[in-house]
Structures are given as C-alpha cells and as structure tokens.
Design a protein around this ligand. Structure first.
Ligand code: SF4
Length: 206
C-alpha cells in the first residue's frame, strides 16, 4: 500500500472514532510536550492529560517550573505512575533548560535526565523536525500489519525510516497511536471493522 494512503487512512479512521491523541485542542509549547511525555510513562492518557493541565496551570514557563518545590510538583502530578521520580526529573529538566535555547536535536534531548529516544523523537516530531517516535502502539501495529518484522522498538524505528518518506515521519506516531487507541487495540483488535484488513498480515489473529 502507498505510504501516504496508509497514513491518511489510519488518521482518518482514528479521528472519526475520536482517538484521544487527536483531541488535544490546546496548542502546547515544545517544553510542555517534553514534560507531558515524561509524565506519560506507564500512565493512562487521561491521567497524564489531567496531571499536565494541573502542572501547567501553575507553571507557565520552564522558569516557573524550576522555581517550584518538589513537593508541590509531586502534589500536582499525582496520581501518575512513579510520580516522585517523575517530579524529581521534571524539576531537574526545568533547572537545566531555564534561560537556555530549547534543545533541537536527538542528542541534546537525550542528554536530559529521564529522556529516552522515544520521548526525544516525540518532541522533535512535534517541533516539525523529521523524527519517528516508536512507542508500544507504533511497534505493535507496524509488526501486525507486516510492514516490519522486528523485536525491539529501535529496530522498528530504523525500518520505518527506511520505508516511509521523510515528509511523513512526524505524522506516523499520532497516526499509529490513534489507530491503536481505537481500532488495532493491544488486546482484541477490531479486525472486522478495520479498513486495512485486506492488507494486514495479522487479520483475525488478535
Ligand atoms: S486487521 Fe486487525 S490486526 Fe490488522 S491492523 Fe487491522 S485491527 Fe490490527
């Protein structure tokens, strides 16, 4: 299938089904995307969104975030998973970045505490830079469809970079995540309703 057509179909279906990934109406700054992504690890989308909103209502810049004390950050982001560790990382990140130009490369972002490749790629893609953030949805669906055959997310990223043209890279994460939230669910994917079923290598096996 043509890569543009595949992404267009996945985005269209996910939006039609109100996938949470497409429901963020507020335009966020890159630093807010970074902090929200740190918050999101092992936490449900809804909890992450609510915690981020509480935090950003009190800290409207990295400067303000850096000035907050740890207990206040913990209180605002609870009940996200590992909130104590995340609060410490968020404060460290804010202290490192305040008053500096926001990082614009994978290496600079990954040098920050608690920031891995996936988080860095999410931020870069949000900033409009060519990047593919491979999370659990992207890894699972790309393998189910059979467009990659990989064990680890890093291998999936490498393969997807090879398969998809660069001007599609920063749309891939939200297209796959949205599709994973609404159609190709982790358990019991909705294969019968899936517009990709004639092309998918895993149709009916979920
Ligand atoms: S046919 Fe099933 S396994 Fe394949 S992409 Fe669609 S929902 Fe996922």
């Amino acid at each position: 299938m043509d890569p543009f057509e595949l992404v267009r179909l996945m985005e269209g279906e996910a939006k039609k089904r109100h996938a949470p990934v497409f429901l963020h109406s507020k335009k966020l700054e890159p630093w807010q995307i970074l902090i929200a992504t740190v918050l999101s690890a092992r936490t449900k989308d809804q909890q992450t969104a609510e915690a981020a909103e509480r935090l950003f209502s009190k800290a409207r810049s990295l400067e303000e975030l850096a000035k907050m004390n740890l207990e206040e950050i913990e209180r605002l982001i609870r009940p996200v998973g590992f909130y104590r560790v995340k609060a410490r990382r968020i404060k460290e990140i804010a202290e490192i970045l305040r008053g500096r130009n926001f990082p614009g490369t994978l290496e600079e972002l990954m040098a920050l505490p608690g920031v891995g490749r996936k988080t860095a790629n999410i931020v870069l893609a949000y900033m409009g830079k060519p990047a593919i953030a491979v999370d659990t949805h992207v890894h699972r669906i790309a393998n189910r469809l059979g467009i990659v055959n990989t064990k680890r997310p890093e291998q999936t990223e490498e393969e997807l970079r090879r398969i998809f043209p660069e001007d599609l890279w920063n749309r891939l994460n939200s297209a796959f995540v949205g599709y994973g939230q609404t159609v190709c669910l982790p358990k019991k994917p909705k294969c019968e309703e899936c517009p990709l079923k004639s092309f998918c290598k895993s149709y009916g096996t979920g």
